[in-house]
Design a binder for this molecule. Structure first.
Ligand SMILES: Nc1ncnc2c1ncn2[C@@H]1O[C@H](COP(=O)(O)OP(=O)(O)O)[C@@H](O)[C@H]1O
Ligand code: SF4
Ligand SMILES: [Mg+2]
Length: 329
C-alpha cells in the first residue's frame, strides 16, 4: 500500500458560541467530534453529509486554516496540529484548496494571469517560472492559454472552476482539498470537472480530500468515503464497498433521497422524520436517534454507538448494525 500522506487522529473542533441575548449562555458547537482517518499518497478521500455536519470545518482543520481543539493531524509524517502560522508556512504550498464558488474565488478586477502572478509573487516563484507553469497548467486543465488574459466575468462557471484547479496546482502541491468544488455547476459540467480531477490524480500523482453534500457525486471519484453526521463519522468504507452495501440508516436515507439516479437505492424513499439534534446538543446516545426509524429506546438514545469494523475495511457506528452482525456470527 502507498505511504500515508494525511493522518488524522481523534480530531475535535469545538466552537464557543453565545446566544444573542445580553446574558445569553455560552454553548459549545461540536462541529468535528472525534474524527480519525488516513489518506494514502495518490488516494482520494470523499467526505459526505448534510449541510452543517462539519465537512468544511474538518477540511479547514486538516489544512490548518483553523486551530484544532484536540487531536492530531500528520502531514507526511509530521504532526502539524499545533504548529503556529510561521511554522506552517512551508506546508501552505503543499496543501491547496478549491472552493465551491468559482466566481467569488477570483479577484474580479484582475485578469486570470494577474491572479496567478500574484500567487507567484507571494511565494517567490519568479516571473519566468510562473509563466512556464501557467502554460503547462492550462494544458493540464485543457483550456486555451488566451483565457488567462480574461477577467472572471468573461468566463463560464466550468472554465473558472478549471482555472481554480489550475491555480491550486500552481505551487506544485501534494494535497488538494476540494470543498463542494462542483456543487455550483450544472450536472454536465460537474462530470467534466470530476473527470478532470481523476485525470490529474493519475498524471500528477495528487492526493485529495473531496467534500460534497451529495453522495452520488463522490461515488465515482473517491477511493474511500467518510459519511459524517453532526460532527462524527457514522460510516466509512471504500467507494466500491459502500455503494454495494450501505449499512448505516443515515447513509441509506442520504442515498435514497435521489432514488432515480442510483441502482443501489431502495425502490421507496426513506423520509427522514423527527427533529434533528443540533451540534450544540449535549447528552449521550446516537446523534441520529431522533430521526432514525430503527431507534431502540433505552439503548440508542442513551449509548453512543462506537465506529466498529463490520466487514474488513467497512466501519459503521450503529447499535442495530452491530447487533445484526453479532447475530449472523
Ligand atoms: N466559526 C464558527 N463559529 C461557530 N460555529 C461554527 C463556525 N464555523 C462552523 N460552525 C458550525 O459548525 C457546524 C459545522 O459547520 P460546517 O463545517 O460549515 O458544516 P458543512 O461544511 O458540513 O456544511 C455548523 O453547526 C456550523 O454552524
Ligand atoms: S444507533 Fe440506533 S438510532 Fe443510531 S442509527 Fe443505529 S439504529 Fe438508528
Ligand atoms: Mg461546507
Amino acid at each position: 500500500m502507498a505511504e500515508e500522506l494525511v493522518k488524522v487522529e481523534h480530531l475535535k473542533k469545538y466552537f464557543d458560541v453565545r446566544s444573542s441575548s445580553l446574558f445569553g449562555k455560552k454553548k459549545v458547537v461540536k462541529a468535528v467530534d472525534d474524527v480519525s482517518f488516513t489518506i494514502h499518497k495518490g488516494e482520494i478521500l470523499g467526505v459526505v453529509g448534510e449541510s452543517g455536519c462539519g465537512k468544511s470545518t474538518l477540511g479547514r482543520c486538516v489544512l490548518r486554516l483553523l486551530d484544532v481543539t484536540d487531536g492530531n493531524i500528520f502531514f507526511n509524517g509530521k504532526d502539524i496540529s499545533k504548529l503556529r502560522e510561521k511554522e506552517l508556512k512551508s506546508y501552505r504550498e503543499k496543501m491547496q484548496m478549491v472552493f465551491q464558488n468559482p466566481y467569488s474565488s477570483f479577484n474580479p478586477t484582475m485578469t486570470i494571469r494577474q491572479s496567478f502572478y500574484e500567487i507567484g509573487k507571494v511565494f517567490k516563484i519568479g516571473t519566468e517560472e510562473t509563466e512556464k507553469r501557467c502554460k503547462q497548467l492550462m494544458e493540464n486543465v485543457r483550456l486555451p492559454e488566451d483565457l488567462m488574459n480574461r477577467h472572471p466575468n468573461e468566463l463560464s462557471g466550468g472554465q473558472l472552476q478549471r482555472l481554480a484547479i489550475a491555480r491550486a496546482l500552481l505551487l506544485n502541491p501534494d494535497f488538494i482539498m476540494a470543498d463542494e468544488a462542483v456543487s455550483a455547476l450544472d450536472v454536465s459540467v460537474q462530470a467534466q470537472i470530476l473527470n478532470l480531477l481523476l485525470d490529474l490524480r493519475t498524471s500528477l500523482g495528487l492526493t485529495m480530500m473531496f467534500i460534497s453534500h451529495e453522495l452520488t457525486v463522490v461515488e465515482h471519484v473517491c477511493d474511500e468515503i467518510l459519511v459524517m453526521y453532526l460532527g462524527t463519522v457514522v460510516e466509512k468504507a471504500s467507494g466500491e464497498e459502500l455503494f454495494q452495501n450501505i449499512l448505516h440508516p443515515y447513509t441509506q436515507a442520504l442515498i435514497s433521497a435521489k432514488p432515480k439516479e442510483h441502482p443501489a437505492m431502495e425502490t421507496h424513499r426513506i423520509m427522514l422524520e423527527g427533529e434533528a439534534k443540533s451540534a450544540m446538543d449535549a447528552g449521550g446516545g446516537c446523534k441520529f436517534a431522533p430521526r432514525c426509524r430503527f431507534c431502540q429506546k433505552g439503548k440508542c438514545d442513551v449509548e453512543m454507538p462506537p465506529l466498529k469494523e463490520i466487514t474488513p475495511g467497512h466501519f459503521v457506528a450503529c447499535h442495530k448494525v452491530e447487533g445484526e452482525m453479532k447475530k449472523n456470527g
